[in-house]
Design a protein around this ligand. Structure first.
Ligand SMILES: [Zn+2]
Length: 250
C-alpha cells in the first residue's frame, strides 16, 4: 500500500504543477482502485513466491555434472567424477561459525554440538578438524596440493574431492579427530581410536553417517574421519545419490 501511494506521488511530482491542480477530484477514486490493485499484486506476489520456492531451492544442487579444466577424465553417466558426486555451495545464511575458522550448516552444527557433549560424557574427546569449504577454497586446496606433490588431477582425486565435488561445500560434512590422539588426524589410523569406535556406535543417533566406509561402492578412498549430517530434508535430498553407495556391502 505504502509503495503504491509513494509511486503515485512520484508520478504526480513529474507532472507540471498547472496540470496537477486540475485533477484533485478524481484522486479519491484512484486511491481506492490503487489500493485494490496493490492488494491484488501482493496476493499474486505471495502466490508466485510459494510456487517458485521449490524450483529456486533445487537450483542449489547442480543438475548437470561439472567439467573441470585440468582433468582429462570426464564425469560418468551418474554425474560422478572419479567417484565423487557433484555438490553446490551452501547459502551463506545457512552457515554458522562453529569455532574460529570453521563454519557449518546451522542444523549440522547443533547436532554436532550435542554429539560432542555426549561423547565427552563417555570420556571421548571428539574434535572438529574441518567443516564447510567454499568452492574457491576447495579449488586452491586441490590444485595447490596436487602441484606441491607433483600429482596429476586424476591422482589427486583418488585422495581428495575435486572442486565442485566435495561434500564439504554443502556445509553438512565434517572431518573429526580424537583430541587424545591428534597424530591420527585425517589418517586411516583414526579408525583405531576410541573416538572412531564411539562414532561407529553412536553417530547415527545424531544423524551423522560415515561417507566413505572401507570398500565403498562409490569408489572413494576410505576416510574414517569424514562424516556427513543427514538429519534434515535438504541434506537427505542432497546426499540421496551418494547414500546408495556409502552403505557397506552386506
Ligand atoms: Zn572431509
Amino acid at each position: 500500500m505504502a509503495r503504491a501511494s509513494s509511486a503515485r506521488r512520484t508520478e504526480r511530482e513529474d507532472i507540471p504543477v498547472a496540470r496537477r491542480t486540475r485533477q484533485p477530484r478524481q484522486r479519491k477514486g484512484d486511491g481506492a482502485v490503487g489500493l485494490l490493485f496493490g492488494l491484488v499484486l501482493i496476493c499474486a506476489g505471495s502466490l508466485a513466491a510459494v510456487m517458485l520456492a521449490p524450483s529456486l531451492l533445487s537450483r542449489r544442487q547442480p543438475t548437470q555434472s561439472l567439467e573441470i579444466s585440468g582433468f582429462r577424465e570426464r564425469p560418468d553417466v551418474d554425474g560422478r567424477l572419479l567417484g565423487h558426486f557433484p555438490y553446490g555451495e551452501a547459502d551463506a545464511d545457512q552457515l554458522i561459525v562453529f569455532e574460529p575458522g570453521i563454519e557449518l550448516n546451522v542444523e549440522a552444527a547443533e547436532a554436532l554440538n550435542t554429539m560432542m557433549r555426549s561423547a565427552l560424557a563417555d570420556g571421548v574427546d571428539l574434535r572438529l578438524l574441518s567443516g564447510f569449504r567454499s568452492l574457491a577454497l576447495q579449488e586452491s586446496i586441490f590444485f595447490d596440493v596436487a602441484s606441491e606433490r607433483n600429482q596429476t588431477a586424476e591422482e589427486r582425486a583418488q585422495v581428495s574431492a575435486p572442486p565442485g565435488y566435495s561434500e564439504h561445500s554443502t556445509g553438512y560434512a565434517v572431518d573429526l579427530g580424537d583430541g587424545r590422539f591428534p597424530e591420527t588426524n585425517l589418517s586411516q589410523s583414526f579408525q583405531d581410536t576410541e573416538a572412531f569406535r564411539w562414532l561407529q556406535d553412536y553417530a547415527a543417533r545424531y544423524h551423522f553417517v560415515l561417507s566413505f566406509p572401507e570398500d565403498n561402492k562409490q569408489g572413494v578412498m576410505y576416510e574414517p574421519w569424514h562424516w556427513r549430517y543427514e538429519g534434515n530434508a535438504d541434506a537427505l535430498r542432497l546426499f540421496e545419490p551418494a547414500s546408495r553407495f556409502s552403505r557397506r556391502d552386506s
